[in-house]
Ligand binder design. Structure first.
Ligand SMILES: Nc1ncnc2c1ncn2[C@@H]1O[C@H](COP(=O)(O)OP(=O)(O)OP(=O)(O)O)[C@@H](O)[C@H]1O
Ligand SMILES: [Mg+2]
Length: 240
């Protein structure tokens, strides 16, 4: 479904990402794992067209999309939930949700869509007229996920969905991520939280200094967890 080949991303002279190749198959959860500054967000931004790739090729559903801007990648079903969630605190929950569908024409109407999304997120249903600012961190992450689903994604990209959340909220977010896979959404998951990411992923890539250090099935990478934590300073997850 997604095929990234030899991707390079630069900020001026700084090469943040070099020679990265990633494959995501339909229905999979694929994790990109790495410490602060490893290049994870840069990879995601290049895929969805927020940041221009300086070399390499990105193919989605058989179409080359390497240099498409984000408003065009979103129409093709590539939808990201950015780091830090970016909920509009001054808007209501319903307004935040409807913004997710803005400029996207999926197979469902907006009303069908909102009904479906609220059935996945019943906790938002009774709070539609409340302001985004009233939500806790975990609830805001749920709203950010719900808003992304309003765009009817084929590939959902999540940038550190557990960052800054209490352990209970992390569990809830991850339960939901697994539920989304069951409904057929393909997910590219960026995380520093190794254990949590590998617990749901089919496959993972360990990113260090803009390059792939290790890749493989989640079970295989989980066997390297101690090494990853010790040498890369990655978070241990909910036990620490
Ligand atoms: N706008 C920018 N200008 C210059 N350098 C940048 C910019 N954004 C990122 N970088 C650099 O690119 C590298 C990769 O950053 P990136 O944000 O992709 O990492 P990350 O893995 O997402 O980190 P984090 O876990 O902290 O979000 C870092 O060295 C960072 O300093
Ligand atoms: Mg990042």
């Amino acid at each position: 479904m997604l095929d990234v080949r030899n991707l390079e991303v630069r900020y001026g002279q700084i090469r943040a990402v070099q020679g990265i190749s990633i494959q995501v198959n339909k229905g999979e959860i694929v994790a990109l794992i790495g410490a602060n500054g490893a290049g994870k967000s840069s990879i995601m931004h290049a895929i969805c067209g927020i940041k221009r790739a300086t070399a390499g090729e990105i193919v989605f559903s058989g179409e080359e999309i390497t240099h498409l801007p984000s408003h065009q990648t979103v129409r093709r079903g590539l939808v990201q939930v950015p780091e830090g969630r970016l909920i509009f605190g001054g808007l209501t929950i319903e307004e935040n949700l409807r913004l997710g569908a803005y400029g996207v024409a999926g197979p469902r109407s907006e009303e069908q869509n909102i009904e479906r999304v609220l059935s996945i997120f019943p906790m938002l249903k009774n709070r539609l007229s409340e302001r985004g600012a009233a939500l806790s961190g975990g609830q805001a992450q749920m709203l950010a996920l719900a808003r992304a689903l309003m765009a009817q994604p084929k590939l959902l990209m999540l940038d550190e969905p557990s960052l800054g959340l209490a352990p209970v909220a992390v569990e809830e977010v991850y339960t939901l991520i697994e539920e989304l896979r069951r409904t057929g959404v393909t997910i590219l998951l960026v995380e520093q939280n190794v254990r949590q990411a590998l617990a749901v992923a089919n496959k993972g890539y360990i990113i260090e200094s803009g390059q792939i250090l290790l890749e493989g099935k989640a079970e295989y990478l989980a066997n390297h967890e101690l090494l990853l934590n010790t040498y890369m300073g990655l978070e241990r997850g909910d036990e620490s």
